[in-house]
Write a protein that binds this ligand. Structure first.
Ligand SMILES: [Zn+2]
Length: 500
């Protein structure tokens, strides 16, 4: 806990003032982007995806028209000459966490915004239920430079010591043990207006089955980790809508020996991480997952995922951390200027654990990453919709910035840039059932557009070269985005110094 409860409430009270827009143009006039190359993520070929010389006419928060080259434009509009620029729909981070205090939360949402991530799916936060709901409402207004939080989960945590009853205050973490408790939890979550349930590793099979059934009845999505006692196939059959993290898929594509299931999967969850590091079988287990890859079983699983449109969010950057944490250059990332001192300390401790691993384990982790990258391509080829998620602010995963790294890793794995852009935009909007408003640059859609200085279809890294962000029709130029980033650095420099 970096900040006292009382201080947090004062900060929340001040949040509304902090959320006021700082420098966006409040457009009365139409906003017109001239001579721009519009990228269409729904296209089937890269050549077909580039619509050159277009004029985008924006009225209020929406796109009014996409005009062909040489079209006349309204004389009294705010006209931006976008010759040489590329317009892509804004990005969605489909696996990220809202940091657990309001000041750091705001800085992270600014960092995402300045990096073109205008929508994020919160996968669990330490903010109270009241705080996260207030923040979600604020970001939904779209008048401030904050990524919109599209969903937040009710998080079912590991560890019996975290057990709570659903009516016990704002505690968002507890275990359920049986059908009655599962039904009670789903009813409670439904009344709270929470969008989805995030199961975690240590749930019993019985609890998970009861929970999935109750959630389906109430129309609440189940998405998160796969409990260790449940196979991915069964989770899908029970209605799980997305598979998060590369581990879930790689483990599912190799049958797990009974000894490992007993010793690792069913181990006391509170000791799981220590066991990961100390457990002598861990390297063998990780390497085994690669060696025992069962292609036939994996193909069948991917086919089922494709048929049911179960999404896959590989968060490859987190497995990259496992491999690189031992290297000083990785741990000295200049982006640490955006991270407060307490978080930096936590990250360094995590990295030190990985740096202390023996060589065999580190080699196994590297093979595991390469295998996970290859399986992501298999999933894509099988027709499984991929979503882009960074898992920020997990260790050395920087809100907004690391999202671009995840896209680069997808490219290094072998996904074409067009497929990655589609995953980052249209697929995410579809998953959120928001594609009538978002995900493409087309008339009547919300005007959420990034203007890039170079072609992202030529090199996915060009998504980093953001010249301007148009968010719900408001134009944020490079200077305004840089000011947001400077503000986030200042927040990091001043925050987190009062830890006991
Ligand atoms: Zn996560």
């Amino acid at each position: 806990m970096t900040i006292t409860r009382r201080a947090r409430h004062i900060l929340v009270a001040g949040l509304a003032a902090l959320l006021l827009p700082t420098s966006a143009h409040a457009e009365e006039r139409q906003l017109v982007l001239r001579n721009v190359t519009v990228i269409d993520p729904a296209a089937t070929t890269a050549d077909g995806a580039r619509l050159e010389g277009r004029t985008i006419v924006i009225a209020g928060s929406r796109i009014e028209a996409i005009l062909p080259p040489e079209s006349p434009v309204p004389a009294d509009a705010h006209i931006v000459d976008a010759a040489g620029k590329f317009a892509v729909p804004a990005f969605w981070d489909m696996h990220a966490h809202v940091p657990g205090d309001p000041v750091r939360a705001r800085a992270a949402l600014h960092m995402q915004f300045a990096n073109g991530v205008l929508h994020m799916r919160d996968m669990g936060t330490d903010l109270s239920l009241a705080e996260i709901k207030q923040l979600m409402a604020a970001t939904a207004r779209r008048d401030a430079p904050l990524a919109r939080i599209i969903a937040t989960p009710w998080h079912i945590a590991d560890g019996r010591d975290e057990r709570r009853t659903p009516t016990g205050g704002d505690a968002a973490r507890f275990q359920i043990e049986n059908k009655r408790e599962a039904n009670g939890l789903v009813d409670f979550v439904h009344r709270q207006g929470i969008n989805f349930l995030k199961p975690y590793d240590s749930m019993s099979a019985e609890s998970f089955r009861a929970l999935a059934k109750a959630a389906r009845k109430q129309g609440i999505a189940v998405s998160g980790h796969i409990p260790r006692q449940i196979t991915v196939s069964e989770a899908i059959a029970l209605g799980q809508v997305a598979i998060e993290h590369a581990q879930s898929l790689t483990w599912a594509c190799a049958p797990i020996p009974d000894t490992v299931r007993r010793d690792y999967y069913l181990a006391d969850p509170r000791r799981r991480f220590e066991r990961n590091l100390a457990y002598p079988a861990f390297a063998a287990f990780t390497a085994d997952t690669v060696d025992r890859y069962d292609e036939t079983a994996c193909r069948a699983l991917l086919k089922t995922m494709a048929e049911r449109q179960v999404r896959y969010v590989p968060t490859l950057v987190t497995r990259r951390f496992d491999v690189l944490a031992a290297f000083r250059e990785y741990r000295d990332d200049p982006l640490l200027a955006y991270i407060d001192a307490d978080t930096r300390k936590d990250w360094a401790r995590d990295a030190a654990n990985y740096a202390a691993l023996d060589t065999a384990t580190r080699v196994a982790l590297y093979r595991f990453l390469l295998h996970a990258m290859a399986l992501t391509v298999e999933a894509h080829r099988a027709g499984v919709p991929i979503l882009v998620g960074s898992d920020s602010p997990d260790s050395y995963i920087f809100p907004g910035f690391s999202y671009h790294l995840e896209m680069e890793m997808l490219a290094e794995a072998g996904l074409p840039p067009l497929a990655i852009l589609k995953a980052a935009t249209l697929e995410a909007a579809r998953f959120a059932k928001d594609e009538a408003d978002y995900g493409t640059i087309a008339p009547n859609r919300v005007a959420d557009i990034l203007l890039l200085d170079a072609d992202p279809l030529a090199d996915i890294s060009n998504t980093r070269r953001i010249d301007a962000v148009i968010a719900a029709g408001k134009y944020w130029d490079r200077a305004a985005l840089d000011a947001l980033l400077a503000d986030a650095r200042a927040t990091a420099a001043s925050a987190g110094s009062d830890r006991e």
